[in-house]
Design a protein around this ligand. Structure first.
Ligand SMILES: NC(=O)c1ccc[n+]([C@@H]2O[C@H](COP(=O)([O-])OP(=O)(O)OC[C@H]3O[C@@H](n4cnc5c(N)ncnc54)[C@H](OP(=O)(O)O)[C@@H]3O)[C@@H](O)[C@H]2O)c1
Length: 268
């Protein structure tokens, strides 16, 4: 059996080791310098907080989101903080086609020549209701945004990820994507499928590339989506998105080399 590890790849890290390292991670300034990282759903919530944290750690972030003025506000904030100049791509993932993602890949190729990471963060909740009432069009929208668009985007970006010497693709899951729960409908099913996508893709890439692929469950986090799902909850009792940065920076940065095919949590 060969003990050769191809250039850019590291020996595989087990789940417990990776999980402990993710939660304890402290990212020194400049750790992500010169990395080009695409964040979907960057306009608000966890995506916005993680885009800022990535930029603060030195990454050039590509801010993808549905609402242009939210992206512009974040862009200005990143510039004002003196972080690397980001890029902005307003895209509605519910209607974007594979051809649109190929066009985006061409644009990134001309601008950057590679991609060092993708944080697949954008999602919609759909309805919290029994399956026998679940709206067909809501089901389709949730699957399109949470799953299909993430696949289209990843497939289109693979050549750019292959041009990186150390790339990380991080998909966002949920507790209900790891254990099904009544009434969570398409959202839960889309997150189970996301975990499947992580397993298939990481297995395909593990022995041939320097691209690692993992999922992260943010856990209960104070955002618009959380408030929609739990309207009676006292918002301030829930973790702020900024607190998730250690695990996300670990998984998107150089510290997680060798971590692939794993389902991790951003909170203990
Ligand atoms: N918050 C939690 O407690 C929690 C728990 C488990 C998992 N998660 C997961 O964590 C991720 C982030 O959630 P969040 O709580 O931060 O949600 P959020 O506050 O609702 O933010 C979601 C982001 O996704 C974007 N988005 C939604 N539909 C889009 C579309 N069609 N095209 C492009 N962008 C779109 C939104 O854009 P606009 O701002 O333009 O609407 C927004 O910026 C999601 O994958 C979610 O499933 C969250």
């Amino acid at each position: 059996m060969s003990t050769h590890t191809p250039a850019g790849r590291a020996p595989k890290v087990d789940l417990d080791t990776a999980q402990a390292a993710a939660l304890a991670y402290h990212c020194e300034p400049g750790t992500l310098k010169d990395r080009i990282i695409l964040v979907t759903g960057a306009g608000e919530g966890i995506g916005r907080a993680m885009a800022l944290a990535l930029a603060a750690a030195g990454a050039t972030v590509i801010l993808l989101g549905r609402t242009q003025d939210k992206l512009e506000k974040l862009y200005d904030e990143i510039i004002a903080a003196g972080y690397p100049t980001p890029a902005m791509v307003p895209v509605n993932l519910e209607v974007a086609t594979p051809a649109n993602f190929e066009e985006l890949a061409g644009m990134f190729d001309r601008e950057f020549g590679r991609l060092d990471g993708i944080l697949h963060n954008a999602s919609i909740l759909g309805d919290i209701t029994p399956l026998d009432n679940y709206g067909y069009s809501t089901w389709d929208s949730v699957m399109q945004v949470n799953l299909n668009a993430a696949f289209y985007l990843t497939r289109a970006m693979l050549p750019l990820l292959r041009s990186s010497t150390d790339a990380s693709v991080l998909f966002t899951s949920s507790s209900v994507g790891r254990k099904g729960r009544a009434f969570w409908g398409a959202y839960a099913v889309s997150k189970f499928a996301t975990e499947g996508l992580v397993q298939v893709l990481s297995d395909e890439l593990e022995n041939t590339t320097a691209i690692r692929v993992n999922s992260i469950n943010p856990g209960a986090t104070r955002t618009r989506m959380r408030a929609l799902a739990y309207p009676g909850e006292e918002a301030m009792s829930v973790t702020a998105p900024e607190a998730l940065a250690p695990a996300y920076l670990y998984l998107l940065g150089p510290a997680s080399r060798g971590v692939t095919g794993l389902a991790l949590n951003a909170q203990a």
